[in-house]
Write a protein that binds this ligand. Structure first.
Ligand code: SAH
Length: 265
């Protein structure tokens, strides 16, 4: 039932990094695919699930900074499917969460190519969890807002984002200063606990915590790179009360270590 079919494209979520967080369905499809088209945020051990004879095509796309134009990716998926291949389009996290998976699905739909979407574990939930931050917590935060700092079109509704109980911001990267200032200007207290989770669930995961007003400076000081998420809200302070083991579980199981990687608070 889950063997990939010829001439079909599978838009598959690869999870946040740790190969242990790949779904069984994703692993099964990878094992049977003729072609695997993947991005930069895919762990090499995830790719190792692909069958040895599969064509692995790297399209080096990460967040907004893309090296292969989205239209070229669409054309590639369509042409590979028309050659009768079973194609796995592997995307970081969940394909429909800021991953442009919806655009790929629409392009396949328009081209009349059979496709299927295979959800993945989004970094928006998994990276905070790996850092010991529950995105909701009874009595602390009853809702969570996922947003992106990188967008085309109208400016974000800062008042709305500033009012979120927990705010998880994707692709904050170089715009961290601007984003935190905008949230504070829109009414979020400067003292609100905030954290940056860099490479959540990867071996080199790092977590930094500071009040909202100081998190951008902290990230700059630590030379935080990509991928990273900004988490804003009282839930961040729960980290201090959750055992270190919990935040390392995602990686510890596979590596056998409980090391905290490259440091952090
Ligand atoms: N579809 C993906 C998100 C793609 S957008 C998902 O559901 O997770 C790419 C952004 O996701 C990055 O800029 C970063 O903000 C975030 N991201 C992806 N993997 C991450 C990880 N392991 N740790 C922290 N942030 C991550």
């Amino acid at each position: 039932m889950s063997e990939p079919k010829e001439g079909t494209v599978y838009l598959v979520g690869a999870g946040p990094g740790d190969p242990g967080l790949l779904t069984l369905r994703a692993a099964r499809l990878l094992a049977g695919a003729d072609t695997v088209v993947y991005d930069r945020l895919i762990h090499p051990d995830v790719l190792a699930h692909a069958r040895p004879r599969a064509r692995l095509l790297f399209v080096g796309k990460e967040g907004g900074g893309e090296s292969v134009a989205q239209e070229e990716i669409h054309a590639l998926l369509i042409s590979q499917a028309r050659l009768g291949r079973a194609v796995v389009r592997l995307k970081g996290g969940d394909p429909f969460v800021f991953g442009r998976g919806g655009e790929e699905a629409l392009a396949l739909e328009e081209a009349g190519i059979p496709y299927e979407v295979v959800p993945g574990v989004s970094s928006g939930v998994a990276a905070p969890a790996a850092a010991g931050i529950p995105v909701t917590h009874r009595g602390v935060a009853g809702s969570v807002t996922f947003a992106t700092a990188h967008r085309t079109g109208p400016a974000p509704d800062w008042a709305h984002l500033a009012g979120a109980e927990t705010l998880v911001l994707f692709m904050a990267g170089s715009r961290l200063e601007e984003v935190t200032l905008a949230l504070i200007a829109a009414g979020r207290p400067a003292t609100t606990p905030a954290a940056i989770v860099e490479a959540g669930t990867w071996e080199h995961q790092r977590v930094f915590e500071a009040p909202l007003a100081g998190i951008a400076a902290r990230a700059r000081q630590e030379a935080v790179g990509s991928p990273a998420l900004l988490v804003v809200g009282e839930v961040v302070s729960l980290r201090a009360r959750l055992p270190a083991l919990a935040r390392d579980a995602a990686r510890g199981e596979r590596t056998g270590t409980v090391s905290r990687g490259g440091g952090g608070t």
